[in-house]
Design a protein around this ligand. Structure first.
Ligand SMILES: NC(=O)c1ccc[n+]([C@@H]2O[C@H](COP(=O)([O-])OP(=O)(O)OC[C@H]3O[C@@H](n4cnc5c(N)ncnc54)[C@H](OP(=O)(O)O)[C@@H]3O)[C@@H](O)[C@H]2O)c1
Length: 336
């Protein structure tokens, strides 16, 4: 049997994760037991939520254990099966990423069809991040036709899809912020945003006011901090914000100061609502039908940033936190 390499968390990061907090460990590949499948992973997802799992704090999901493999979304090919309904050669989506081979309970895997969509799409545009954009914008923020929509982290996996769905659903104006001039150009020229700005160029509130002089109706928050405060300041009466993530704060070592303008919520009757994509799985069939259709007819664009090799899995994750990615960040592994 071949060997497998997998990434372990060996120390809990303080602030920015350091290479010494992780180890790439070689293990034996086991035979699948009853109900199990052995999967050769082909594509691994790295996602911002993984930073939270590295902390030993009570959260909506347990933290990564020390000296044990980390996990996350992955797609691979079944190389051996002892489970009914899944055969060697099938492709599956499952939750045991950060490793080359995964021993998976078949009940925790979903067979996917590479003929229907590229395998990476099941991690991104048609997967968890795409679903987050769809549910967060349309259900949580209840975006309606004619709304002015602002999204932060707009050149990332979730944000890029939020802005385009807003446009396809009849937003009157779509504004995005991102961390480089190249990303800003992509938003306007390829994704069809009406306006975009680089949040590193100056205060977010000032740049947002210039891009949305009459204010906004919906804010999709991927970033938190200064972005959230600026958006609250720009929201109009009955405005809504979907709080999806706060990546600007994930490596903070001190408690983070909240928005200083929450008092505006009363007079403007604002709604700020946090959400987790897992609570909205009932929308999945509708999401796949609608987003799949937009992808097929070319009305929805998406990008992926692909890093090669299990040895670069950690660097891909750190790159995601730094903003190296445009669209979904993926790690590709060779087939054997
Ligand atoms: N609630 C849920 O169920 C759920 C599900 C999935 C994702 N999320 C959240 O959604 C957000 C986006 O996730 P994603 O998977 O689509 O990641 P992503 O946006 O593809 O990648 C992360 C991006 O964050 C940006 N960033 C990093 N530090 C920043 C800072 N200090 N200020 C502003 N932007 C910063 C970087 O782009 P720039 O170059 O633009 O800085 C980077 O490319 C994250 O907050 C994530 O935790 C939530």
């Amino acid at each position: 049997m071949p060997k497998s390499r997998e990434w372990h968390l060996v120390a809990r990061p303080q602030g920015w994760p350091a290479p010494d907090d992780f180890a790439l460990v070689e293990t034996e590949v086991p035979e699948p037991g009853p109900g199990q499948i052995l999967v050769r992973n082909l594509y691994l997802s790295v996602d911002p939520y993984m930073r939270g799992r590295m902390n030993d704090v009570k959260s909506y999901a347990p933290p990564y254990a020390l000296d044990a493999p980390m996990h996350g979304g992955a797609v691979g090919r079944v190389v051996a099966s002892a489970a009914e309904g899944v055969a060697a050669g099938d492709h599956v989506l499952h939750g045991l990423g950060w490793r080359e081979y995964a021993l998976v309970d078949a009940a925790d895997a979903v067979v996917v069809d590479p003929a229907r969509a590229p395998l990476t799409a099941y991690l991104g545009v048609l997967g968890m991040t795409g679903m987050t954009a769809y549910a967060g914008l349309l259900r949580v923020a209840a975006m309606a036709e004619g709304d002015v929509v602002f999204v932060s982290g707009a050149a990332g996996a979730v944000g890029g899809q939020v802005g385009q769905i807003a446009r396809l659903k009849g937003a009157s104006r779509v504004i995005g912020s991102a961390g480089s001039a190249e990303k800003v150009r992509l938003l306007v020229e390829e994704y069809g945003f009406d306006a975009a700005f680089n949040y590193k160029d100056g205060p977010v509130a000032e740049q947002l006011a210039a891009a949305a002089p009459d204010g906004i109706d919906v804010y999709f928050d991927n970033v938190g901090g200064e972005h959230l405060e600026a958006a609250i300041g720009a929201l109009r009466v009955h405005g809504r914000a979907a709080l999806c993530g706060a990546i600007a704060q994930y490596n903070a070592t001190e408690p983070v100061r909240g928005p200083r303008n929450l008092g505006l919520m009363v007079g403007r009757r604002l709604t700020l609502r946090g959400f987790l994509v897992h609570d909205h799985q009932d929308l999945r069939p509708e999401f796949v039908r609608e987003v799949g259709g937009w992808l097929r007819d070319g009305r929805l664009r998406h990008r992926e940033t692909v890093v090669e090799g299990i040895e670069n899995n950690l660097e891909a994750f750190l790159g995601l936190l730094r903003g190296d990615n445009t669209g979904k960040m993926i790690v590709a592994l060779p087939a054997e």
